[in-house]
Design a binder for this molecule. Sequence first.
Ligand code: HEM
Length: 95
Amino acid sequence: MIMLNWASMCLDPGHFEDPLEFDFDRHITVNPAFGTGPHRCAGAHLARMNIATALRIWLDRIPEFSLKPGTQPVFTAGIVREMYDFHLEFPVGGK
Ligand code: HEM
């Protein structure tokens, strides 16, 4: 059995300039987060809609946030890349 690690494709500097740099304006034609080919994620459009809604609500309620100093996000990489240790700081209160 072979498992493709799509997450590693996201880190390929031959495909993506500065792959570890978070870039909202990055233009990509194929998003490997959902796989490619005949088994590309069947829920990709629903997932994108949910993520866009979640981000819109987050940014509306918590526009100012930053990575907690001294911490680094920790990732795993299986079929999907997952972040399981991620500490943010933001002002309490807001909307
Ligand atoms: C951020 C959310 C999601 C990510 C990152 C994701 C990612 C993936 C990846 C990488 C694959 C494997 C492609 C391959 O085997 O080559 C996959 C397959 C699949 N995903 Fe998702 N997925 C997400 C959400 C969803 C949702 C919301 C649904 C359904 C409502 C869904 C349904 C499926 C199905 C049915 C497959 C199997 C497709 C097949 O083998 O033909 N996924 N997904």
